[in-house]
Design a protein around this ligand. Structure first.
Ligand code: NAP
Length: 293
């Protein structure tokens, strides 16, 4: 028996459900002669990146998608990587391209991301994707904030007129998160390291998304009773266990809903990569006149 009052949004369960949908839509697309394909490119030996790319490729295969992992030495030049991206842009079996970050220091990551065709930018990091999100046009949404939106949708949460506070303003999480919340008619505040009084902001929030990368950025005294708390952070506690940015035990006693770490946003991120890749393949099918079944 616990004294926690918040309901947990189970990222594993939601991810499993959405991956089931992806598997079904993938099977339907295959009957039209098209197998959605994702290329994952890894340069160098970063151990965390090796785990991430393995998990991404496995998730694709499990859902019936075609996926290719291209691994290169850290000595690969920028020109060589750009040439690979160009080849993948022109490969009809590949509908999504993901270049795992970080790249070695001698390669300009922005240049590589901008070289990916926006039609295959399933990570949603290209400026064309960011621009499409900003102006509300179709494009690919970055997977982590997209997954957070799916978690809100899963509890039937209506964002209209609600105050959402996003802590963190990175290009891959905080900023796109704020845009997505705004698009759903929330009033959005973005906080960052220079925010003068974070607690004054979060106490007003109906929804809080913490995307900082520091333990205990959000504690119970900073949360309005009943608020929805989404924890994007991935940190290690003193025992070396994975934990988020939110003091889960304390905030659970105040919040209405909360996402755990692990088992929250993490599994949703990979799931949305599958969704984006499938979507890319479906758009390819539509633009190439493949008959629908
Ligand atoms: P990031 O690029 O380092 O951005 C962190 C943001 O937090 C920055 O905007 C920074 O402000 C802000 N910040 C730092 N200290 C703060 C403080 N004390 N109060 C308020 N804001 C503060 O990180 P990121 O890539 O967005 O990732 C954030 C976290 O999410 C990390 O733990 C990362 O590992 C995790 N993550 C998880 C997933 C997943 O799938 N679960 C995916 C992506 C990221 P400034 O801009 O002023 O520096």
């Amino acid at each position: 028996m616990t004294d926690s009052s918040a309901l947990t949004i189970d990222g594993n369960a939601l991810a499993a459900q959405l991956r089931g949908d992806v598997a079904q839509r993938t099977a339907a697309l295959k009957t039209r002669g098209l197998t959605p394909g994702l290329a994952v490119v890894l340069v160098g030996e970063n151990p965390a990146s090796q785990v991430y790319v393995r998990n991404k490729v496995k998730a694709c295969t499990d859902a019936g998608l075609h996926s290719v992992l291209e691994k290169y030495d850290a000595t690969m030049t920028e020109a060589e990587l750009l040439a690979r991206v160009d080849a993948l842009n022109n490969d009809p079996h590949i509908h999504g391209i993901l270049v795992q970050l970080p790249l070695p220091a001698h390669i300009d990551a922005n240049k590589v991301i901008e070289a990916i065709s926006p039609a295959k930018d399933v990570d949603g990091f290209h400026v064309a994707s960011a621009g499409a999100l900003m102006v509300g046009q179709p494009g690919f949404w970055p997977c982590t904030p997209y997954g957070c939106m799916k978690m809100l949708e899963s509890i039937g949460y209506d964002l209209r007129g609600k105050h959402a506070v996003v802590i963190g303003r990175s290009n891959i999480v905080g900023k796109p998160m704020a845009m997505m919340l705004l698009q759903q008619n929330a009033t959005v505040t973005i906080c960052h390291s220079a925010t003068a009084d974070l607690k004054a902001m979060t106490l007003q929030a109906d929804v809080i998304v913490a995307a900082v990368g520091k333990r205990n950025v959000l504690t119970a005294d900073m949360v309005k009773p009943g608020a929805v708390v989404i924890d994007v952070g991935m940190n290690r506690d003193d025992a070396g266990k994975l934990c988020g940015d939110v003091d889960f035990a304390g905030v659970s006693r105040v919040a209405g809903y909360i996402t755990p770490v692990p088992g929250g946003v993490g599994p949703m991120t990979i799931t949305m990569l599958l969704v984006n890749t499938l979507e890319a393949a479906e758009r390819f099918a539509a633009s190439h006149g493949l008959a629908s079944v």
